[in-house]
Ligand binder design. Structure first.
Ligand SMILES: [Zn+2]
Ligand SMILES: [Zn+2]
Length: 361
C-alpha cells in the first residue's frame, strides 16, 4: 500500500510539472509554423492561408500561386515591380534576395529560404504599412546597441502644439463592442505614448476637426489601401501630420480574451497602440518584442512600449519630464515574461522536488 502511494506521488509530481510547464510556456508564443497554422484553423477564410503550401519551395522551383507571395513582398517593400508588371511563379534570384531582405528586416534567421519560421512570419496578420523605409542605423545608443526603430522619410513629426486631439468616427465603427469599451482602449493606448514624450492627447467629440481621426473601415475605403477581410492586414495609419488611423472592420476585434473566444480575434489595444506609433512618426521596428514590430498573432497581446519604441519616439519629440528611465527599464525587465516565467518554473520544480524527496523518505 505504501509503495503504491509513493509511486502515485511520483506520478502526480511528474504530471504537475508537465502541466505547469505547458501553462508557463503557452503554445501560442513564440509564434512558430505549427502554431501559426493551428491558431488560424478556426477560420478557413483568413487571408494568406495559402502561403503555407510554399514551405521549403527551393530556388529554381515553380509553384502555382508563388506570384501571390511575390505580390506580398512587393506590397511591403521588398520586391520591385517587374517590368511586365506581373510576377512569375518561379523562385528566382530576385525573389531570394527579397526573402533575405525580409528575414533581416523582421529579425528572422537569414537563410534565403522559405523555411517554417519565414512562412509563419509571412502568414501572420500584420500592419498594412510598408516595412522598408530608411532605417535609423545610428550605433551611438548608450542603452541598447541594437537600436532598430525607424522613421518615415524626412522624419515628419507633429509640430502644431503639445496637445493633440483625437476622435472616434461616429459612422465608421463596429457594433459588437460598446463605445465606452473602445474609448477606454484608445485612451489607454494614447497614455502609453504620452507617458514618455512631452505630448498630451485629449478626446474630442468633433470628429472632423480632430488632429487624429480613428475609424473602422471595410474593404476599399477610398485611400488607396483597401482592407482585405479576416486577418491579413489588420490596420494602417498615416505619417505626421495627417492623423488618420484606420482599423479593418472585418477583423474580430477583442478588448477581453476571456469574453471573446474566436480563434482569429485580434487585440484592439495592441493594434491601436502600434498604429498611434505611426501617427506619431515611427515606422516599423525590427525588434520582435517592440510595439512597432509589424506583425501580431491572433489572440496575441503586445501593449507595453519597449525600450526600442521609447528611444524612437523620444528621438522625434524628446522625453516627457516625468519619464524615469530607471523605473522604465525595471518594469521592462519585469514584463519580460519569458525569463520570469522560467524562473518561476524552476523555483516550482526544485520546491516540488524537495517536497517529493521529503515525502518519499
Ligand atoms: Zn505598422
Ligand atoms: Zn485607410
Amino acid at each position: 500500500m505504501f509503495p503504491f502511494f509513493r509511486y502515485y506521488l511520483f506520478f502526480f509530481y511528474l504530471l504537475s510539472s508537465v502541466f505547469l510547464f505547458s501553462s508557463v510556456f503557452p503554445a501560442t508564443t513564440p509564434l512558430d509554423f505549427t502554431t501559426a497554422t493551428a491558431a488560424f484553423d478556426a477560420s478557413n477564410n483568413y487571408v494568406w492561408r495559402n502561403f503555407a503550401r510554399f514551405l521549403d519551395a527551393g530556388k529554381g522551383s515553380e509553384v502555382t500561386g508563388m506570384s501571390e507571395l511575390k505580390k506580398y513582398l512587393n506590397r511591403f517593400g521588398y520586391l520591385p515591380v517587374s517590368p511586365e508588371n506581373n510576377f512569375s511563379d518561379f523562385v528566382d534570384d530576385q525573389f531570394v534576395s527579397a526573402l533575405i531582405l525580409y528575414q533581416k528586416r523582421l529579425g528572422l534567421s537569414v537563410t534565403g529560404k522559405l523555411d517554417s519560421e519565414t512562412i509563419a512570419s509571412i502568414m501572420s496578420p500584420r500592419c498594412g504599412m510598408s516595412d522598408l523605409i530608411k532605417i535609423n542605423d545610428a550605433t551611438t545608443s548608450t542603452i541598447h546597441s541594437t537600436r532598430r526603430y525607424a522613421f518615415f522619410n524626412g522624419q515628419p513629426r507633429w509640430i502644431r502644439g503639445s496637445t493633440l486631439t483625437y476622435a472616434l468616427s461616429p459612422d465608421y465603427t463596429i457594433e459588437y463592442l460598446t463605445s465606452s469599451e473602445i474609448r477606454n482602449v484608445v485612451r489607454r493606448s494614447f497614455s502609453r505614448w504620452s507617458a514618455v514624450i512631452p505630448l498630451n492627447f485629449t478626446e474630442s467629440l468633433d470628429y472632423e476637426s480632430s488632429d487624429i481621426r480613428i475609424g473602422f473601415y471595410q474593404g476599399d475605403h477610398g485611400d488607396g489601401e483597401a482592407f482585405d477581410g479576416v486577418l491579413g492586414v489588420l490596420a494602417h495609419a498615416f505619417s505626421p501630420e495627417n492623423g488618420r488611423l484606420h482599423l479593418d472592420a472585418a477583423e474580430r476585434w477583442a478588448v477581453d480574451f476571456e469574453k471573446e473566444k474566436s480563434k482569429v480575434a485580434v487585440d484592439l489595444e495592441s493594434v491601436v497602440t502600434h498604429e498611434i506609433g505611426h501617427v506619431l512618426g515611427l515606422a516599423h521596428s525590427a525588434v520582435k518584442e517592440a510595439v512597432m514590430y509589424p506583425s501580431l498573432s491572433p489572440r496575441g497581446k503586445k501593449v507595453e512600449l519597449r525600450m526600442d519604441d521609447v528611444e524612437g519616439v523620444q528621438a522625434l519629440y524628446g522625453s516627457n519630464p516625468n519619464f524615469k528611465l530607471d523605473s522604465f527599464l525595471e518594469s521592462e525587465k519585469s514584463t519580460n515574461t519569458g525569463s520570469s516565467n522560467t524562473t518561476n518554473f524552476f523555483s516550482f520544480f526544485f520546491f516540488s522536488l524537495f517536497f517529493f524527496i521529503f515525502v518519499w523518505f
